[in-house]
Design a protein around this ligand. Structure first.
Ligand SMILES: O=C[C@H](O)COP(=O)(O)O
Length: 249
């Protein structure tokens, strides 16, 4: 098995029922996409989006889950509930959750274990801040986040890793191709010994991916797709990224 090719959209706290019209546009433009296409809308939209996707092979995911399957956790959503609503994936440990909700690597590992238990594929996010990159700590930070956030039992079938430099998210700035290549090769190496099929785990790049830079980014070794924020909100933009991934070797 080779790593899955995945164009993943993260709508973050954007979108409403009317925005599901974008799904119709994607279905029409890509009736049989040559890569996996995933959209992770706000939790309220997971079920209606899945209904809108219908028989199309596009998948839907959550943006977070609780580590427990149920219980007294007001405002939280479990992996089991996401699965029940039609999700196939869940994003975990996004830097916005690490910053806004104080999520630690151990929290992310527990959530990923819950996701796996519920039959969801966990997209585990890692990435350095600008200060950490300036201090030449990038690989140490990524190595520690990976080691702490990967649960036992992670495999290419149930886990995807997304490298998202915090300073590149929503800023229009991206690392150089060499910087992305260095981190992705490092992540591949770090997975050895932790995951039996480390060579087959999909590694996504995320942070200001647009139709205009996607082709270049997908040509970098060990980049198997993208986790896209702003440019996933409109089918016209996300479509450009899907097309670039379809065309990537
Ligand atoms: O999860 C997606 C990332 O945070 C990237 O967001 P962006 O594409 O808006 O920079």
């Amino acid at each position: 098995m080779a790593p899955r090719k995945l164009a993943a959209g993260n709508w973050k706290m954007n979108g409403d029922l009317a925005a599901l019209a974008e799904i119709d546009l994607l279905r029409e433009a890509y009736p049989d996409p040559g890569c996996e296409v995933l959209i992770c809308p706000p939790a309220l939209l997971v079920h209606p989006m899945k209904e809108r996707v219908g028989a199309h092979k596009m998948t839907v995911g959550g943006q977070d889950c609780h580590a427990n399957a149920s219980g007294a956790h007001t405002g939280d959503i479990s992996a089991v509930q996401l699965k029940d609503a039609g999700a196939a994936y869940v994003i975990l440990g996004h830097s916005e959750r690490r910053a806004d909700h104080g999520e630690t690597d151990a929290d992310v590992a527990a959530k990923a274990a819950a996701a796996h238990g519920a039959g969801l594929i966990a997209i585990i996010c890692v990435g350095e801040t600008e200060a950490q990159r300036d201090a030449d700590e990038t690989l140490a930070v990524i190595g520690a986040q990976l080691a702490g956030s990967l649960p036992d039992g992670a495999s290419a079938a149930n886990t995807v890793i997304a490298y998202e430099p915090v300073w590149a998210i929503g800023t229009g700035r991206t690392p150089t191709n060499e910087q992305i290549a260095e981190v992705h090769a490092f992540m591949r190496e770090q997975l050895q010994g932790r995951v039996s099929d480390a060579g087959d785990v999909a590694l996504l790049y995320g942070g200001s991916v647009k139709p205009g830079n996607a082709t270049e980014i997908f040509a970098i070794a060990h980049v198997d797709g993208a986790l896209v924020g702003g440019a996933s909100l409109k089918a016209a933009d996300f479509g450009g990224i899907i097309s670039a991934l379809e065309a990537a070797g």
